[in-house]
Ligand binder design. Structure first.
Ligand code: S3P
Length: 442
């Protein structure tokens, strides 16, 4: 287990945020670019890779299974892959730190290789359910020994050849979908996934980009049917990773709620399976303009121009939840500054993220003087109408980067400084968060 020194921080009332920033690469795309490059025979290059702890955990894992992965001085990453079916037996347990995406996707990847792999993680990751991945993979023939409740540490005994699976996703989870797709790569025949509620489609896009035979059709009830032909031969690629909309969200909200702000965020990924936060903030009255829309690495991208806005509380459409599942913590901060009440429902999945984000956000919001009501599947928040929040509380971040960053943003619009008990988890997804923030405050 990784021990780190605790790093408490105070965030206080901010002057207007002004300027132009570029946020780091997309976390989801970064993980996938390393995994698929490591499964291609030959040299792939990745530009704009997120160099956060979660992605570095994926890189270490792929190295432990035979890939050569190096970072060039110019920031480009070069990967020499081993090929589908040729992952090596790692000589030690794979330490996944805080990263649910690394763990669940890699469980799929190793499930259909004839190796056995132990996964360990930090306290947050070790409390998260892995049964959602083990259930479908067990149907393919993989065996698991997990800690009680289907949690880490756990061991995967991969099988090859595995049995191809047709699986209807019981929850909206791109991680589960991707784990099955990665398992399907080294499985004879067609692996089929039925996805009733669409989730981020980076795996599908990137698998196709690497040359896999993957199709997506719509069922009569609107479900997506994804079919992947196994025993794939992936071709090495040059990948450009767009900026992470989930990281951009903190600065979008900050610029909307700090008076007189005017910020441009360049190179933000706006894949429609990720961009729900922009839709909802616009519905609340947020000024978010898309400049220079273009395609980067097979993904839609634009620069965003955000100006301080008077926000109004709304009932957030639960159908949008999968396309903004990681953005609810910071949306709740925007809601706390809006006029009127914002109601959210259908957010059960938030309870099994890096922390229980419904409960942790409710506690934290109450600690800084916001009126909030918690239900099983959402929060209802009374906004201040643009008045400063009381602030003054100390927030327990529960090893959850997005909780820490959300309350850091709340501090910018609080009368008394907001203290975050430990900002180190931010390094998992957004290492230069505080540097970018102070740059906009000059
Ligand atoms: C991710 C999927 C989402 C998201 C996570 C990244 C991915 O998790 O919350 O941060 O890269 O596939 P779920 O699949 O559990 O919804």
């Amino acid at each position: 287990m990784i021990e780190h020194p605790i790093s408490p921080r105070r965030f206080s009332t901010s002057s207007s945020l002004k300027g132009k920033i570029t946020i780091p690469g997309d976390k989801s795309i970064s993980h996938r670019s390393l995994m698929l490059s490591a499964l291609s025979v030959g040299e792939s290059r990745v530009t704009g890779l997120l160099e956060g702890h979660d992605v570095l955990a994926t890189a270490d894992a792929m190295r432990a299974m035979g890939a050569q992965i190096t970072r060039q001085d110019n920031g480009e990453w070069v990967i020499h892959g081993v090929g589908v079916g040729s992952l090596l037996q790692p000589q030690h347990a794979l330490e996944m730190g805080n990263s649910g995406t690394s763990t669940r996707l890699l469980m799929g990847l190793v499930a259909t290789h004839p190796i056995h792999v132990t996964f360990t993680g930090d306290a947050s990751l070790s409390s998260r359910p892995m049964g959602r991945v083990m259930d479908p993979l067990a149907q393919m023939g993989t065996e698991f020994s997990a800690s009680p409740g289907g949690r880490l540490p756990l061991m995967v005994r991969g099988i090859a050849p595995a049995v191809p699976l047709s699986y209807r996703l019981p929850m909206a989870s791109a991680q589960v979908k991707s784990a099955i797709l990665l398992a399907g790569l080294n499985t004879p025949g067609i692996t089929e996934i039925i996805e009733p509620i669409p989730t981020r489609d980076h795996s599908e896009r990137m698998l196709r980009g690497f040359g896999a035979d993957l199709t997506v059709d719509l069922d009569s009830d609107g479900s997506r049917i994804i079919r992947l032909r196994g025993e794939a031969e992936l071709q090495p690629q040059n990948i450009i990773v767009p900026g992470d909309p989930s990281s951009a969200a903190f600065f979008i909200v900050a610029a909307l709620i700090v008076p007189d702000s005017d910020v441009i965020i360049t190179n933000v990924g706006l894949n429609e399976t990720r961009a729900g936060i922009v839709t909802v903030l616009r519905q609340m009255g947020g000024h978010i303009e898309e400049l220079n829309p273009r395609e980067v690495g097979g993904e839609p991208v634009a620069d965003l121009h955000i100006k301080h806005s008077i926000l109004t509380g709304i009932d957030v459409d639960p159908a949008l939840a999968p396309s903004m599942i990681d953005e609810f913590p910071v949306l709740f901060i925007a809601a706390a500054m809006a006029q009127g009440t914002t109601n959210t429902t259908g957010l059960d999945e938030l309870r099994v993220k890096e922390s229980d984000r419904i409960a942790v956000m409710a506690t934290g919001l109450a600690a800084i003087g916001v009126t909030v009501r918690e239900s099983e599947d959402g929060l209802s928040i009374d906004g201040s109408g643009g008045e400063l929040l009381a602030g003054g509380g100390t927030i327990a971040g529960h090893l959850d980067h997005r909780i820490c960053m959300s309350f850091a943003i709340a501090g910018l619009v609080s009368r008394q400084a907001v203290t975050i008990d430990d900002m180190t988890p931010v390094g998992t997804s957004f290492p230069n968060f505080e540097i970018l923030l102070s740059g906009l405050q000059q």
